[in-house]
Design a protein around this ligand. Structure first.
Ligand SMILES: *Cc1c(COP(=O)(O)O)cnc(C)c1O
Length: 235
């Protein structure tokens, strides 16, 4: 078994290779280390190896880890990204403790996050989650409704709309994976043509990262390739 530091190094190398293969500058693709279900010691191992941005899905687990890391690595400027489904009664701790939210899929959640973002903090960076493979998931706005939501979100003072996020349905063939990621990129380009200044495409996970980078991902969300297999069910 290789260590978290070694696996992180391999993932960073794979991101660089996929970027170069796609004719892109590797510096345009950021790694978000998805640490859900792994403990604060695992996050600390990644921090020690140089990683700064972490993605979490489960709010209470995330809040505990954020607090633990403030004590364990007080000097490290960590960036916390919320990437799980959001319940509307849980927006306040998200607005108060995270730097990014990738899973905006309705106006009400965006409005609450904006109102609840503390005045002394920079606006919360957000992505709109797009449901590209409608049958596979209930999360995300359908592509036809993405533009309307994006324009509302871009006007909220406590938020800064950065781009789109997607989790396409699992597909075995690389061409299928790419087709789904391409739809997200084309949607992002439409929004940019409508005047929205978007710089982030959050797409690609451990199983489909090179395909996402080939289609323009600027942030890949990688969990198991860094931290190992997760238990199948999280409670
Ligand atoms: C768990 C998760 C990931 C990471 O998945 P891996 O397959 O472990 O890389 C990425 N994005 C989201 C939204 C997740 O929930």
């Amino acid at each position: 078994m290789s260590s978290i530091a070694e696996k992180l190094q391999v993932v960073n190398k794979n991101i660089a290779n996929a970027s170069v293969a796609a004719g892109r500058d590797p510096a345009q693709v950021r790694l978000l280390a998805v640490s859900k279900t792994f403990d604060a010691d695992a996050v600390l191992a990644a921090v020690t190896a140089g990683q700064r941005a972490f993605g979490e899905n489960y709010l209470q687990e995330a809040l505990d880890k954020i607090a633990a890391l403030r004590v364990m690595a007080p000097e490290a400027m960590l960036e916390w990204h919320f990437i799980g489904p959001i319940q509307s009664n849980k927006t306040r701790p998200i607005a108060e403790n995270f730097d990014w939210v990738h899973t905006i899929d309705r106006e009400r959640i965006a409005q609450r996050l904006s109102e609840q973002r503390p005045a002394g903090m920079a606006p919360l960076n957000v992505c709109i989650q797009v449901n590209i493979s409608a049958e596979a998931s209930k999360s995300g706005v359908v592509p036809a409704e993405a533009a309307a939501l994006a324009h509302v979100v871009s006007g909220l003072p406590g938020l800064r709309l950065r781009g789109l996020m997607a989790i396409p349905a699992p597909a075995d063939a690389a061409t299928e994976q790419r087709a789904a990621f391409r739809q997200v990129r084309l949607l992002q380009e439409q929004l940019q043509q409508q005047g929205l200044a978007l710089d982030t495409l959050s797409m690609g996970m451990s199983g489909d990262m090179p395909q996402a980078i080939a289609e323009g991902a600027t942030m890949v969300r990688i969990g198991s390739a860094i931290f190992g297999q997760r238990p199948p069910i999280h409670s």
